[in-house]
Design a binder for this molecule. Sequence first.
Ligand code: RIB
Ligand code: CA
Length: 312
Amino acid sequence: MTDGTIPVILDVDPGVDDAVALAAALGEPSLSIEAITTLAGNVGVEMTTANTLAILDWLGAPEIPVHRGASRPLIRTPHDATYFHGSDGLGESGFAVSTRALAADRGPAAIVRHAMARPGQITLVCLGPLTNLAIALNVVPWLPELLRSVVVMGGAFERGGNVTPFAEFNVFADPEAAAQVFGAPFPDITVVGLDVTERVAIDRPGWERLRDSRGGAAELVYRMARRSFAERGVEVFALHDPLAVAVAARPDLVTTTGGRVDVALGEAERGKTTLRVGGETKVALEVNVTAFGEWFQAALGLDDTVTRAAPV
Ligand code: RIB
Ligand code: CA
């Protein structure tokens, strides 16, 4: 447990940007990380779980309970993202294996237990497929009444997907879970999709400025983005998951539109998310890139800003 005023649970599938998001959450003083739940997504759940523990070690994090979660989507065949995150899920960065022990409860059970213990107080930040939250909803249908807020990194509304022309990875990987989550009556749910996450990125010059960083969050960011810049030759490293964490602490960083989110389940447009009128879900369609860059630099304790507005 860390000091702070907003108790959060982070649901993660590290994943290089999840790793950076964990560093940002640990560095954001207003967030108190009560627990971390893992699941299959970018890579298998054994690896996302081991990666989570290794990242906490690297960052010298306190003993935060880590709960292994869903090992596969509700229905679909697992679809990973090792092409992007590397075979180890952390950009083949070679972090040491952690000796931290896992907490007893599995992910969905931990979400339920914490929500019941602190009704209406916890913010759940989902940075991977929504399988854990869907399972928790299945066994405790009144879970929405027990969570203060939910922030989801997922979806693409006014721009194309990053897995297919329609679908963003977290929704594509488990569209049925996303449909159940977006159909549940959460009193406060914000969806942070590619419309805004692809606008905030580390650029190559910013990454290069981190080259000599030793230890802590700065070296973590450098190593997580290395595969993208050095091997895949991209010019920007999108900060998908860090923006979702930022929104949990600073909802003012994005501008949202309210409605109902539909998820396409047919094969043709599997995982496509559409914002429809008539609902309370807040979908982020604009982001204050400069303010996010300042937040990111402060949360990670970087000497300089490394982010820029990625091309629309
Ligand atoms: O589409 C981006 C999302 O998919 C991020 O959460 C990234 O970690 C991957 O899981
Ligand atoms: Ca993720």
